[in-house]
Write a protein that binds this ligand. Structure first.
Ligand code: ZN
Length: 108
């Protein structure tokens, strides 16, 4: 596990469980670096680098870019302030209130 104090708590679940990750794309011969939360599995987009980012403890520019991605994500509240003044909800109060139809009285 990489020193965790470089990464802020997860912007989605709030856990301090984020760590640097990398994977190697053998087709493109390039490493993908990203930061991932171990709890909710949220992660940043990829940064690309030619060197294995784990070898330098994720201090390469690509890793630092991932760190910036992660740390600049604002915390997302799952339940924002409820609207203190919900809009009009009396739409279904007209049930028994049959409006006068144009049923004209039968006059001859
Ligand atoms: Zn999370």
């Amino acid at each position: 596990m990489i020193e965790n104090n470089r990464l802020k708590p997860c912007p989605f679940c709030g856990n301090s469980a984020a760590s640097f990750r990398s994977s190697y794309n053998s087709l493109k011969e390039i490493y993908l670096v990203f930061v991932k939360c171990e709890v909710c599995h949220a992660r940043t987009g990829y940064s690309y680098t030619n060197e294995n980012p784990a070898l330098n403890s994720y201090t390469s520019p690509a890793a630092l870019r991932s760190q910036t991605f992660w740390n600049s994500r604002p915390f997302e509240r799952a339940d924002p302030d409820p609207d203190p003044n919900p809009g009009s909800i009396d739409d279904d109060q007209h049930d028994g209130d049959q409006a006068a139809t144009d049923e004209a009285p039968n006059e001859e």
